[in-house]
Design a protein around this ligand. Structure first.
Ligand code: OAA
Ligand code: MG
Length: 388
């Protein structure tokens, strides 16, 4: 088995909305097709990947470093002992001559290729990715449904409280029981009005609402908001300070008793380990949001899972960022606590297969081979055009 060609592109996932730190007016992402020499029903099997929202496309690194290493490597260096495609061995090839540390856009580029390699490996095996992951990295008994919460509640020009409430009602009508909104991009008084408006839609139950600061607060603001949020008993208080400020996080955890979530902007095992060592997070209540599609892919995510286990953390405390199909498979296979969902945003990459039904805030996976982008029509058109 060999990879015959790689086709990389950039697509917009832009929108007028903003969180407390950035707007998404110029957001884009890398997309990739890896064409193999394995022919099924007259057509080559193709693995697809993309990078999750929040980081821009990483085409330069893909084109100049990562993809040439993969394509120039002896084909057998990408195979396991059974002569099957090994994303783990491909990872070593892609990272040759890369120094440790400073994990930024490089981890995004490797994440894109890692996703495509896993899609391809599962397609070659003829199984959905969650089954492949469970057999190769898990305990062989994947779960058939995954907890999901609906993320949205962004700031947008002219957006009213009524519109925010309508957005959240639509999530509940679609089958979600937990929702997430942005805070930290308005005054505290305005944010509290927004939070109360959403809690009203949740029948007064703040434990079904997560709020996301996107790293905006300094320590005094983090603590001040924490005091104001405390009585709502929120589902979680997310990415409150700078993602690399573990000290801020540790101090917040001393003062804020309800769950904290963070990790979507930590892109490597060493960064994740530093969070666990120094971030003061509590394994009995807090959540970890590392997103494999931004952070060197599933190969690295498995290393992170091993590290968490050594530190006494359950995989159930992990609910990845991004709202994409790749992490949905990972959540089912590795028995995570769930996965983010973006019912409305970041098209065409965001969201799950077109026939996905959400019920009781859970989704079932379908049985298409690989990740199953073929079941998401608007995205599959884009992916297929890459290599036609
Ligand atoms: O607004 C964003 O960049 C996305 C985000 O933080 C999330 O989904 O948690
Ligand atoms: Mg977030």
């Amino acid at each position: 088995m060999r990879i015959v060609s790689a086709h990389e592109g950039v697509i917009p996932i832009s929108s007028p909305m903003s969180n407390a730190f950035i707007d998404f007016s110029t957001m884009d992402c890398s997309v990739l097709a890896l064409v193999s020499d394995v022919i099924v029903e007259g057509r080559p099997l193709v693995g697809y990947g993309f990078n999750s929202n929040g980081r821009y496309s990483a085409g330069e690194i893909l084109r100049r470093r990562i993809l040439p290493r993969l394509l120039d490597a002896p084909p057998e260096s990408l195979l396991d002992a059974n002569h099957m495609l090994s994303p783990g061995k491909a990872w070593d090839v892609m990272m040759r001559n890369e120094k440790p540390g400073g994990h930024g856009e490089r981890s995004v580029a490797v994440g894109v290729v890692d996703m495509a390699l896993h899609d391809l490996a599962a397609k070659i095996a003829g199984v959905p990715l969650y089954r492949w992951i469970s057999d190769h990295y898990g305990d062989g008994s994947p779960e058939d449904s995954v907890f999901v919460y609906a993320a949205g509640g962004y700031y947008a020009p002219g957006k009213t409280l009524q519109q925010l409430q309508d957005e959240m009602k639509a999530f509940l009508d679609a089958g979600y029981e937990v929702v997430k909104m942005k805070i930290g991009g308005a005054s505290p008084a305005e944010d509290l009005r927004r939070i109360e408006a959403v809690i009203e839609v949740l029948d007064g139950d703040g434990s079904r609402l997560a709020v996301d600061v996107n790293g905006r607060f300094d320590l005094p603001t983090a603590l001040e908001y924490g005091r104001a949020l405390d009585p709502y008993n929120l589902f979680w208080y997310e990415e409150v300070g700078d993602p690399l400020d573990y000290g801020l996080n540790a101090t917040l955890a001393e003062h804020y008793r309800n769950p904290i979530a963070t990790g979507e902007n930590l892109f490597s095992l060493p960064d994740a380990r530093n969070l666990i060592r120094y971030g003061g997070l509590r394994p009995d209540r807090d959540y970890l949001q590392f997103d494999p599609a931004l952070s060197y892919g599933l190969v690295e995510y498995c290393r992170i899972q091993d590290m968490l286990k050594q530190h006494g953390w359950s995989s159930r405390r992990c609910i990845p960022h991004g709202g994409h199909q790749f992490s949905l498979h990972i959540a089912a296979a590795l028995k995570l606590g769930g996965n983010e969902s973006y019912p409305g945003e970041f098209q065409p990459t965001g969201g799950f297969a077109d026939d996905t039904v959400v019920s009781g805030s859970r989704v079932k996976l379908n049985d298409l081979p690989g990740i199953g982008f073929e079941g998401k029509a608007n995205f599959y058109r884009v992916l297929r055009d890459l290599h036609r």
